[in-house]
Ligand binder design. Structure first.
Ligand SMILES: *Cc1c(COP(=O)(O)O)cnc(C)c1O
Length: 390
């Protein structure tokens, strides 16, 4: 196989259990947007459910509907709506939908009138300071009143009030407490107006790990579930009790001796310093390897870290093995948990000036996912004897 992203579902389940232990009285929403940050939405959602996640969350309604179509019957929520999106299908599928403004409540209400499956389950989103989606606090009174009216008309039921942090990955950032204060006020106001949300929630992975007072009724964990730290300041995966779930590797497509002074890859940004061995790694930016990794990305080949020599091309890049030898077919590990000495997604993030979230999420569909530790539906999590293997 040219390349593979091995996804360790036993590690994912262990991470979900570790996160549940951080918020033991709260429900947990497994965030599987963007194909589970590149790990595969359907198997990851199933594994998270097996480890006790009561909720699964996605960004787009299409992502949530795809999970329903794949047989997920639990509580599902999606939050990134655009005018014209499939409200009716979401209501029919029993998906909790996020509403941040009047246009969404109006489109939703029209969709519910034609559905046999109402009332729609609605989670009202307040912008407590992120400045992205969510109702501005100044417009909250109007949105709450309209939601209350729609409840009285039997069109919707407000199941949640929620928000999202801007800087939870920077422990101690003053915006965290400021957002919490706005959130508490917005929840209290909605409840005074007669709304009775089942769940109030604002915590993402970093807040789940570092801000206990932000846990409320539910925590929404994404990146940490995949064994990746939200930021170096929050800690390493190991310090957080998390195990990276994805290992990205490729088989060397060519190994050859070349003389010194040989240019390597487009633009000849690398020239061999002397006679050496070059190995060709058959993955490139079309597979999601950052082109910014040209000359900087770390790769484990033959037990040693190498650095991408010259440019990352669309389909391939080269590493200089120096005096070492290797054979076509030998494994090159770009990143993984690090327990075999390989780089981690965090190492690639540092080398390419991005965040580890992006490193895993951008791995493209051209790379086959290989699942380890999958538990069949009829098996139960209690049959699992340890945290590393099913
Ligand atoms: C992506 C996302 C999350 C999960 O964030 P992590 O930092 O990956 O845990 C939670 N809530 C919302 C609204 C999101 O978009």
């Amino acid at each position: 196989m040219r390349a593979r992203a091995v996804v360790d579902l036993a590690a994912l389940r262990a991470n979900v259990r570790a996160l549940r232990a951080r918020a033991p009285r709260q429900q947990l929403m497994a965030v599987v947007k963007a194909n589970a940050y590149g790990h595969g939405a359907v198997p990851c959602a199933r594994a998270a459910r097996q480890a006790g996640a009561e909720w699964v969350g996605t960004a787009t309604p299409q992502e949530a509907l795809a999970l329903r179509a794949a047989g997920d019957t639990g509580r599902l929520m999606c939050w990134l709506w655009t005018p014209g999106d499939p409200w009716r299908e979401a209501v029919d599928a029993g998906i909790d939908v996020s509403v941040s403004g009047m246009w969404a409540l109006e489109e939703l209400s029209r969709a519910v009138v034609g559905s046999d499956h109402g009332p729609a389950r609605v989670q009202l989103k307040i912008d407590t300071g992120l400045g992205r989606n969510g109702c501005q606090p100044g417009d909250w009174e109007q949105l709450v009143a309209a939601a209350r009216d729609a409840e009285k008309d039997g069109l919707i039921k407000v199941t949640g009030v929620w928000s999202h942090f801007a800087c939870a990955d920077e422990p101690g950032h003053p915006s965290i407490q400021a957002q919490l204060a706005v959130f508490r006020d917005a929840v209290a106001y909605a409840e005074r107006q007669g709304l009775t949300p089942e769940v109030r929630h604002i915590a993402n992975s970093p807040a789940t790990l570092t801000v206990p007072e932000a846990h409320f009724d539910l925590v929404r964990t994404g990146v940490a579930m995949y064994g990746i730290s939200p930021s170096p300041e929050v800690g390493t995966p190991d310090e957080l009790g998390l195990k990276p779930v994805m290992t990205l590797s490729a088989s060397l497509a060519s190994v050859k001796r070349v003389p010194g002074g040989h240019g390597v890859s487009y633009g000849h940004q690398y020239t061999t310093p002397g006679e050496t061995t070059l190995a060709l790694v058959p993955v490139g930016y079309a597979d999601g390897i950052p082109r910014a990794g040209s000359g900087t990305g770390p790769v484990l080949v033959g037990g040693k870290w190498r650095t991408v020599a010259g440019r990352v091309a669309m389909d391939q890049f080269v590493v200089d093995l120096g005096g070492d030898s290797a054979a076509p077919g030998d494994e090159a590990v770009l990143f993984g948990p690090g327990d075999r000495g390989e780089p981690t997604a965090e190492d690639w993030a540092r080398a390419t000036g991005t965040i580890a979230y992006e490193v895993v999420t951008r791995i493209s569909a051209r790379v086959p996912r290989v699942y380890l530790g999958e538990v069949r539906e009829h098996q139960t999590e209690t049959t699992e004897t340890d945290d590393t293997g099913a």
